[in-house]
Ligand binder design. Structure first.
Ligand SMILES: Nc1ncnc2c1ncn2[C@@H]1O[C@H](COP(=O)(O)OP(=O)(O)OP(=O)(O)O)[C@@H](O)[C@H]1O
Ligand SMILES: [Mg+2]
Length: 354
């Protein structure tokens, strides 16, 4: 139970991905959350490459257009960084208080982060107290290169917004699941976010993200395979993947190409989850939630389920969020929901949250 002192400040959430920018605004309703805004703007393929902003003008313009189209006046913005640019490590450190760790974190983190400390921003979360009396505690270390974080902050500022929180995709997804689903005590689940250029995997143990890994493979791989197989342009291949019928593409062959990529992706996901399970004997993962635009890929759920021998389900980021406004077309929301996992998670952040 938490007491809210005064009116909570309103924020907008922006998930700046390489394929598209997702915007969400939520408000706290009497019971739970209510959706206020939800919108998406697509970016040209060369605007963000490997997690780095190459064409900041395109990104800023896309954000500005989104704000205008949605008549948004709120300035405080919560945003996040994707797996490419973030190093997340679970480490064991001498037991100490949060305040003590905040003071010594630079020094403690140095041996785990492969960059000079002056080049990175470090954050941390203490995962468990010194339960076994070993004098050690588990800590999740998060390091982001200043150069990358600054580029993201700058496009947000250029769009005349005020960045107040910079989160990490996997932690936003943990929040998204928390507000939308109820888990049995001790139920552990994996979250797989299939984006355009990166797929991030995390395992949430007892409600806390305990493992994350990102693989440099996502929906662009489908497009590239279709492009190669049918000898068409990237744009034509992307349209074909999203369902536009093209004369030069035979349907069965297309399905085969798509399923081939889904199998490879599922194998990579399995490898990561098996690695986690191997390092954590006794921990059982009961389900995999999928989100990101890639969760909409036909048959991916079935293919992943088969290769993992685990239940796989597309997460609905609006599962327990009410959508009362007449502004939302139910069909649109249902169809687009998987895109908004990270953005919904970010939108549940109150200002001042760590
Ligand atoms: N129905 C669909 N079938 C296959 N792929 C789809 C479908 N719908 C969307 N996608 C793909 O989802 C991807 C976009 O997903 P998402 O918005 O999660 O990526 P992103 O956040 O922009 O990228 P990243 O996080 O990797 O930088 C695009 O590559 C798009 O082609
Ligand atoms: Mg993304």
């Amino acid at each position: 139970m938490a007491f809210t002192l005064g009116k909570k400040k309103e924020v907008i959430a922006l998930d700046v991905g390489s394929n598209s920018i997702k915007l969400v605004q939520l408000k706290q309703a009497k019971k739970g959350w209510e959706l206020v805004k939800l919108a998406i703007a697509y970016l040209p393929p060369e605007a963000i490459v490997d997690g780095s902003i190459i064409d900041s003008m395109s990104v800023t313009n896309a954000i500005t257009d989104l704000l205008k189209q949605n008549n948004l006046k709120i300035k405080d913005t919560v945003s996040s960084l994707t797996g490419h640019s973030v190093i997340i490590k679970r480490v064991s450190l001498p037991a100490m208080t949060e305040e003590e760790l905040a003071e010594s974190i630079q020094w403690e983190a140095e041996q785990y982060i492969p960059f000079p400390m002056t080049d990175v921003n470090i954050d941390f979360q203490i995962l468990g107290e010194d339960v076994e009396g070993r004098g050690q505690m588990d800590v999740m270390l998060v390091a982001v290169k200043k150069e990358v974080i600054n580029d993201y902050i700058n496009v947000i500022k250029e769009a005349r917004l005020n960045p107040v929180v910079m989160d990490v995709d996997s932690f936003a997804l943990e929040n998204m699941l928390e507000v939308n689903y109820t888990f049995a005590p001790g139920e552990n689940i994996a979250m797989v976010n299939v984006g355009a250029s990166v797929t991030s995997i995390s395992v949430i143990v007892g409600g806390v993200t305990s493992f994350t890994r990102s693989i440099p493979m996502g929906c662009n791989q489908y497009t590239e395979e279709i492009q190669r197989n049918f000898n068409i342009s990237f744009k034509e291949a992307e349209d074909t993947k999203l369902g536009s019928v093209s004369e030069s593409v035979e349907e069965d062959e297309l399905a085969q190409v798509i399923d081939g990529v889904s199998s490879n992706l599922s194998m990579e996901v399995k490898r990561s989850i098996d690695f986690f399970l191997g390092a954590n004997p006794g921990v059982i993962v009961s389900k995999i939630f999928l989100c990101g635009g890639g969760a909409r890929t036909s048959r991916l759920v079935d293919i992943m389920q088969e290769s993992m021998a685990l239940a796989v389900e597309v997460a609905n980021p609006l599962n327990d969020i009410s959508c009362n406004s007449q502004d939302f077309e139910p069909g649109f929301i249902e169809e687009m929901a998987p895109y908004f996992g990270v953005a919904v998670g970010l939108a549940t952040r109150a200002m001042g949250d760590r």
